[in-house]
Design a protein around this ligand. Structure first.
Ligand code: AMP
Length: 300
């Protein structure tokens, strides 16, 4: 069953110690949908300006991404600029220009309203709620968020968290949201807020998963070379949700596998700038890395 994502489709300018890319294809919904496309035909709800290069649309179409819900408005595309130092877990946002995103009110095409799996990528929580309200009877909903919304839109975010089945957020966000320094406690606070499955990402240190009766810890794949960490979290979410949508299973064992597929897609993302690492993968490469994950984590 199809997975729907709402989030940014962007032009990113990114500097890392290993190079710089200007106005490259980016955005949370972009990374998510490219990663999910290895499991499913993801449906994208987003907006771009009339300056958005046709070649980027083609890149997403070539991956089998459904772009019926991608609006093109007169004006400029959302732009984001970030810079990383040698600690790739730390980044500075140099600029965020919302442009056409500023007045965006997502309207789902009729064909998207029956989506069973929904990912509300990092945008204003009221927009996340607007999308959720338009989906008729979603079976599994997950969301992401960021520090800005935790600080400025807490009430709306709490309302959203009550209505989702899973949240995927990073460790600093989990701490800020809950006021708990300890991540296991932070996960429990989020569960008490009404969201039972909590995935806490820890950048190059992997991620933690908490459900009411289970927890799981996945390492990040030990890569020799990381060029650009941008989009790792969104690609993780795309692999995670894509696998869940493909299998239709939500038991803890299946969710663990989904977490490992998410980690695999995140690892391919950061090996290249922009979406270069996740637009031309062969399924065999994904499966080979999935198997390696099993080998590096197996013990008796
Ligand atoms: P991540 O590295 O997973 O945090 O995702 C980075 C992506 O999120 C980039 O491609 C940006 O275009 C996009 N992004 C950054 N800031 C925002 C924001 N405030 N709202 C929506 N998308 C954003």
């Amino acid at each position: 069953m199809a997975v729907l994502v709402v989030g940014s489709v962007a032009l990113d300018t990114v500097t890392t110690p290993f190079g710089k890319r200007e106005e490259a294809l980016g955005g949370a919904a972009t990374y998510f949908s490219c990663a999910a496309s290895y499991f499913d035909s993801p449906r994208v709800v987003a907006v771009v300006g009339d300056d958005f290069p046709q070649q980027h649309i083609q890149t997403m179409r070539d991956r089998g991404v459904d772009l019926e819900g991608l609006e093109v408005q007169t004006g400029k595309t959302f732009r984001w600029e970030g810079k990383y130092g040698y600690d790739l877990n730390q980044r500075d946002t140099l600029s965020t220009n919302l442009n056409v995103f500023e007045n965006f009110h997502p309207k789902l095409p009729d064909g998207y309203k029956n989506s069973e799996y929904v990912f509300l990528a990092n945008i204003h929580p009221s927009l996340q709620l607007e999308v959720l309200d338009q989906v008729e009877s979603p079976g599994f909903v997950a969301c992401d968020t960021m520090n800005l919304w935790i600080e400025t839109e807490r009430d709306t975010l709490c309302e959203l968290i009550k209505r989702v089945d899973a949240i995927v957020l990073n460790d600093s966000e989990a701490r800020e949201l809950t006021g708990e320094a300890n991540l296991a406690r932070a996960a429990r606070v989020i569960q008490d807020m009404g969201c039972l499955k909590v995935v806490i990402k820890k950048g190059e240190h992997g991620c933690l998963f908490f459900s009411p009766h289970n927890h799981f810890s996945a390492p990040a794949y030990p890569l020799d070379s990381v060029l650009d960490p941008t989009g790792a979290g969104d690609a993780f979410a795309g692999g995670f949700m894509g696998y869940i949508a493909k299998t239709g299973k939500l038991d803890d064992r299946s969710v663990r596998r989904a977490i490992v597929y998410g980690s695999v897609l995140a690892s391919f993302t950061v090996e290249q700038f922009s979406t270069d690492g996740i637009v031309g993968l062969a399924h065999e490469e994904i499966e080979a890395r999935y198997k390696e994950f099993r080998e590096i984590t197996l013990f008796e």
